[in-house]
Design a protein around this ligand. Structure first.
Ligand SMILES: [Zn+2]
Length: 94
C-alpha cells in the first residue's frame, strides 16, 4: 500500500470520527502514540515497535486528512534527498 492509498483508507475508515474529534484532539492522540512508539523503541519487541509505527502513521494520516493535505505531497519535500543540502546521502554538517 502506498501513501495515497493509506491516507484514503484512513479517510474512509475514520474520516467521520476525525471530523467530529477535531484537529486539537487528533494532535493530542498523535503525541500520545508517538510517546508509545518511543517506549516501544526503548524496551519493546520488534512486533511492539511495528504496532506503534502503524498507530503513529494512522494518526498522522488522520491529521493530514483533517488539514486537507496530502502525505504524498509532504513526502515530496524529501524526493530529491535532504531538503537542505539536496544530497543523497545528506552531507550537512552534523
Ligand atoms: Zn543535508
Amino acid at each position: 500500500m502506498d501513501l495515497p492509498e493509506f491516507q484514503d483508507l484512513m479517510a474512509r475508515t475514520y474520516g467521520e470520527r476525525d471530523a467530529a474529534r477535531g484537529q486539537a484532539a487528533t494532535i493530542a492522540w498523535l503525541a500520545e502514540e508517538t510517546g508509545e512508539l518511543a517506549r516501544a523503541v526503548r524496551k519493546g519487541s520488534a512486533a511492539d515497535q511495528l504496532h506503534e509505527l502503524g498507530d503513529v502513521l494512522a494518526w498522522l494520516a488522520s491529521l493530514a486528512n483533517q488539514l486537507g493535505l496530502s502525505l504524498d505531497d509532504a513526502a515530496a519535500r524529501y524526493a530529491a534527498g535532504c531538503p537542505v543540502c539536496r544530497s543523497i546521502p545528506c552531507t550537512c554538517p552534523p
